[in-house]
Design a protein around this ligand. Structure first.
Ligand code: AMP
Length: 453
């Protein structure tokens, strides 16, 4: 790919260039340079980039560059974000970038008077920035027509899915025209995000921006082979007790349930030193946990990938990957939490046999092997397995039957009413059977034939 060095290389128009000059931006950030042409070309795009990389302008510059002046009422660009704070911030950013462009931008979010927003929508808009719930309410009330949307941007999609907005997103997709450009930004890849892309994106181009300002050589990476959850707990307990150097330890786990399980174990073994955050905890609980960790009151913080996002905590001595992340980008984000500001940080990864594949994905992404540390003899190896680690029990003689908990749930999203109909056979037959309370056919021809004989 040709290297983009300046905004001139992006062939921006004068109004955009003037706005960037006013903002004092001299050159595009890496994500801006890489995303410009794909977004401008109308292709579906998935960008893996954190806040702070300039991702908002990465999609807004090409969108504004090609959005034609219009007086039509229905919006043509829809941007979805998980929180109202982000709506406000985004509208503000877009207005700055569009300072010299005649474009109508409106932010809508829940928790405020919907009627005021309805009036604003009715005045006609070009770009709507919204949280999913409020957008859906406005759309079903028919004030907001989504049939003219040409570009859909979903920002911070991993947070959105983690906060449980999946159904709302799918409901919104149902109201959008099928022919549209999908643009998505996420700081991390998760199974949920991947599933969403597979289902709704058409051959998307992917762009990944590594965590900025994280020189890998500032971080000492090491890994342990560990057979299972309980042994991982034993190892973590041993390490935490073995050295005073473990003074600010951020422990990453894959699931909320595992975060809670690990928290309970550590509370029992080293009481009063651990706090935990994940999206099922209340806002107050999360804030308290972060405060306790930041102030040094508690030296261990257990977090899921998504929840650790907004954290900007200095002097983290160790990042522990209690599980090996499935996506290399997440590994990079996790370890980037330590080793900041020229200080050396340590990143430890625990991997089981089942996590070997994820590990080699990470190693090939970094183009290096993570040095392995010998498992300490003093640590007890447990043979007890948690439910997730036990082999699937198959019914004898029926190896294909699934366990109830593995049975897929209802369809990925709620079917439209017209698709819920069940094929009951010919309508004539049904009419007759309701009328005569029993199925009527034109008689049993074979019976007649048998009589004749
Ligand atoms: P974002 O990742 O979109 O939240 O942007 C992070 C910050 O970088 C925002 O405050 C932007 O105003 C700023 N920013 C965006 N693009 C540039 C650029 N090309 N040069 C310098 N700062 C930028």
């Amino acid at each position: 790919m040709e290297e983009v060095l300046s905004f001139e290389d992006l062939n921006l128009n004068t109004p955009l260039q003037n706005a960037l000059d006013d903002l004092g931006f001299s050159k595009p950030t890496p994500i801006q340079a890489q995303a410009f042409n794909p977004v401008a070309s109308g292709k579906d795009l998935v960008g893996i980039a954190q806040t702070g990389t300039g991702k908002t302008f990465a999609y807004m510059m090409p969108i504004l560059r090609h959005l034609k002046y219009s007086t039509q009422d229905n919006p043509r660009v829809l941007i979805l974000v998980p929180t109202r704070e982000l709506v406000v911030q985004l509208v503000d950013d877009i207005e700055k970038l569009a300072a010299y462009i005649n474009v109508r931008v409106l932010g809508v979010y829940g928790g405020t008077n919907i009627n005021t927003q309805k009036q604003a929508v009715a005045q006609g808009q070009d770009i709507i920035v919204a949280t999913p719930g409020r957008l859906f309410d406005l759309a079903v009330s028919h004030v907001l027509q989504l049939k003219s949307i040409q570009k859909l941007v979903i920002d911070e999609v991993d947070v959105m899915l983690d906060l449980g907005f999946r159904h709302q997103l799918l409901n919104i997709f149902d109201l959008l025209p099928e022919r549209r450009q999908n643009i998505m930004f996420s700081a991390t890849m998760t199974e949920d995000v991947d599933q969403l892309i597979q289902s709704f994106f058409i051959n998307p181009q992917r762009i990944t921006i590594a965590v900025s300002g994280t020189p890998l050589n500032n971080i000492k990476q090491q890994r342990y082979n560990v057979p299972n959850f309980h042994t991982k707990v034993n190892l973590l307990e041993y390490l935490l007790k073995s050295s005073e150097e473990f003074n600010k330890v951020l422990v990453f786990v894959a699931f909320k349930k595992m975060a809670d399980m690990l928290f309970d174990e550590l509370e029992e073994r080293i009481p009063g030193e651990t706090c935990v955050i994940h999206s099922n905890k209340t806002q107050n609980y999360r804030l308290r946990s972060i405060e306790q960790f930041e102030s040094g009151e508690h030296r261990i913080l257990i977090a899921t990938d998504v929840m650790a996002r907004g954290l900007d905590i200095d002097n983290i001595s160790h990042v522990v990957n209690f599980d090996t992340p499935n996506y290399p980008e997440n590994y990079m984000h996790r370890i980037g939490r330590t080793g900041r500001a020229e200080q050396e940080g340590v990143a430890l990864t625990f991997s089981t046999e089942n996590e070997k594949e994820a590990l080699s994905a990470i190693e090939s992404y970094m183009n290096m092997e993570i040095p392995i540390v010998e498992f300490p003899e003093a640590v007890k190896i447990s043979d007890q397995l948690i439910r997730e680690e036990r082999p699937e029990i198959k019914e004898r003689n029926n190896p294909t039957k699934r366990l109830t908990e593995d049975t897929p749930g209802p369809a990925f999203h709620e079917k439209k009413d017209k698709n819920k109909k069940v094929n009951l056979g010919g309508s004539y037959k049904r009419k007759i059977s309701t009328k005569y309370k029993k199925p009527k056919t034109r008689g049993d021809k074979n019976a007649k034939r048998r009589k004749k004989r």
